[in-house]
Ligand binder design. Sequence first.
Ligand code: HEM
Length: 165
Amino acid sequence: MSFDLGLPVNTALLLYVMYCIQRIVWPSASAPKTVPNEFKSSYTWMPKGHPPTLLFKTYTPKTLSPFNGQNGQRILLAIKGIVYDVTAGRNFYGPGGMYANFAGRDASRGMAKQSFEEDMLTPIDQPLDKLEDLTGEEIDNMRGWMDHFSNKYIVCGRLVENDAT
Ligand code: HEM
């Protein structure tokens, strides 16, 4: 078998092999010396601004309540004194969502008793629910939800009494 350089296909193949070898041996020779202008300013995937910074804060029932997802607002809820940012679960907690009643509220009792009835929520001007009447099973249930929320959402604060801040 012979390699006939007279054949155009063989010549093309040889040139291609030489080009590949040159790229491996002298990689910088074929790299652009400067960043072309079109790459300097046209990153279409760059975010317009920095996403809002999430600060760990202390909330009270009153200061937590505005975070109920209305008007595109962030959605927070609390379980047993821990505040979770559940904005990513807007379909669940946003306006019209199945669990919208928990948005901006202390959801501890509802999570423990597996109920989204209104009477699971303590009015925001009342002292925090002490949860003293919960059964062991209900507390386990609540802790199960806390595990779920800790794994899925961001812990962004703690909930204290209205007059504690
Ligand atoms: C009518 C009965 C119910 C149905 C059909 C139902 C259905 C669902 C479904 C489909 C999910 C989504 C699961 C997933 O994709 O991760 C979910 C999640 C959830 N459910 Fe229910 N549910 C019911 C009752 C309740 C009750 C009574 C509560 C009260 C605490 C509750 C609290 C939750 C919570 C907290 C989540 C997690 C949402 C999240 O990951 O942010 N559910 N439910």
